[in-house]
Design a protein around this ligand. Structure first.
Ligand code: XIL
Length: 436
């Protein structure tokens, strides 16, 4: 069904069935049921060691319809000695999730942290082979039972580089991530395969690096289905939070908020609501998971969750529930594939923005295709209200940039760069490049 009709159809269906419309007496009263009204899930990270706590399991089974093992499916937990796999605690999480009818997210097949000691000491092809074997073994053990795997966790560097984080895995070669995704697909063809990271809670150099990787994977047929935005948040939220979700969705992958927690003491309830609304506004944002249940269960000490240490609902809980009940765009169960970006005659262009509140600069890389260019134009579509204030290494007219004298000639397969500054949010759509 065309996406624009879905929200209307869902609203009509809800109205006809007399269910769950914001503010009325039938609005759903738990996080999971409220999220389910728009086809989404609301999950929590859970720990095997807490499953004996009856307050914990009561809240879990009442409120949540997805679970993620907080530590139990990580490499150090599942393969403590090379080739000897222990699934006891991972299986307990799986069984608990199944018992309450929840989706189970697998977390995480490969990561630079929480590696077993034996892997930490390895490098080169021995490590590569061990890592791929790990992916294959664990994904095979859980085949058919995991709705989505975080195949690779936190592989990009913080800061402005937009590049990969150094790690023993990265040093086995830049293709380690795609090798992991291919192995995971082969082992469990029905699991959605996700890339997951933090400090990606808006348009910034790190999220743009990941965006470029996902776009590259999609263009080359590397299997990837989803991107997880961890969203470990402080007292503010980036103004481009929703836009960032949307740009990933526009690449043709689902997006999930995978490890949400928000520092208490600032604007906690509002920030939780903003995250909820942002996900609901993007049809391919299919679910939200908080990283723990009560503040006392959290890995953080700043009370970042929806329930206090006694298991009571906090203000943040109510703001999330209300936002979920206010509804949003309905996920399309069978989305039409996104059209491939239209390459112009012989060139493509990619943006790498650096944004701040109210403005940005961006570099633009022009890639010649298979034949040389003697000149180029790049047309950018700006988010509404934005203007271009300055450009370098190109002339600008409206939002179309043209080469200057010294950078019009680009050899086949070569690149050149220009840049510009603007107000408002940076453009997210792929620019149209026209070569001559
Ligand atoms: C954390 C767990 O919550 C802690 O119990 C553990 O000691 C360290 O890892 N990003 C991730 C999660 O992807 O796996 C991390 O979980 C939090 C940051």
């Amino acid at each position: 069904m065309p996406r624009k009709f879905l929200a209307a159809a869902a609203a009509l269906a809800a109205a006809t069935a007399g269910i769950a419309v914001a503010g009325n007496a039938w609005a759903a009263t738990t996080l999971g049921a409220s999220a389910a009204q728009t086809g989404r899930y609301y999950g929590a990270a859970i720990a095997a060691g807490r499953l004996g706590d009856s307050t914990y399991t009561r809240i879990l089974s009442t409120e949540f319809n997805a679970v993620t093992p907080e530590n139990e499916m990580k490499w150090d937990a599942t393969e403590p000695q090379q080739g000897r796999f222990t699934y006891t605690n991972g299986d307990r999480i799986l069984a608990q999730g199944q018992a309450i009818g929840a989706k189970v997210r697998g977390h995480a097949l490969l990561w630079h942290a929480q590696q077993p000691g034996w892997a930490q000491g390895m490098s080169g092809s021995a490590l590569r082979n061990a890592a791929i074997n790990h992916v294959t073994q664990v994904a095979t053990h859980y085949r058919g039972k995991i709705y989505a795997w975080d195949v690779v966790n936190e592989a990009f560097a913080d800061g402005g580089s937009g590049g990969r984080r150094d790690s023993n895995l990265q040093r086995t070669g830049n293709d380690w991530i795609e090798a992991a995704f291919r192995a995971a697909r082969a082992a469990d063809p029905n699991a959605k395969l996700c890339y997951n990271d933090y400090n990606t809670d808006g348009i910034n150099a790190k999220s743009t690096g990941i965006y470029n990787m996902v776009r590259d994977f999609k263009s080359r047929g590397v299997p990837i289905d989803c991107v997880g935005l961890q969203s470990h948040l402080g007292t503010t939220i980036d103004s481009t939070y929703q836009q960032n979700i949307q740009r990933f969705a526009d690449l043709g992958v689902d997006v999930q908020i995978t490890e949400l927690d928000v520092q208490q003491g600032g604007n906690q309830a509002n920030i939780f609501a903003t995250v909820t609304r942002a996900c609901l506004a993007v049809s391919r944002c299919t679910g939200i998971t908080v990283w723990g249940i009560r503040d006392s269960d959290s890995w953080r000490s700043d009370n970042p969750l929806l329930f206090d240490g006694n298991g009571n609902k906090k203000a943040a809980y109510t703001s999330v529930l209300n936002a979920l009940n206010a509804g949003g765009a309905t996920p399309d169960p069978d989305p039409e594939p996104e059209p491939e970006p239209e390459p112009g005659a012989g060139c493509t262009a990619t943006l790498t923005p650096n944004a701040w509140t109210g403005g940005y600069t961006t570099s633009v890389r022009v890639n010649a295709g298979g034949s040389a260019l003697t000149g180029w134009t790049v047309s950018v579509s700006l988010p509404s209200g934005g203007t271009i204030t300055n450009a370098w290494n190109a002339t600008v007219s409206g939002s179309t940039f043209t080469n200057v004298g010294y950078n019009g000639r680009v050899p086949a397969g070569g690149t050149t760069e220009f840049g510009f500054q603007g107000t408002g949010a940076p453009p997210t759509a792929t620019p149209v490049c026209q070569g001559s």
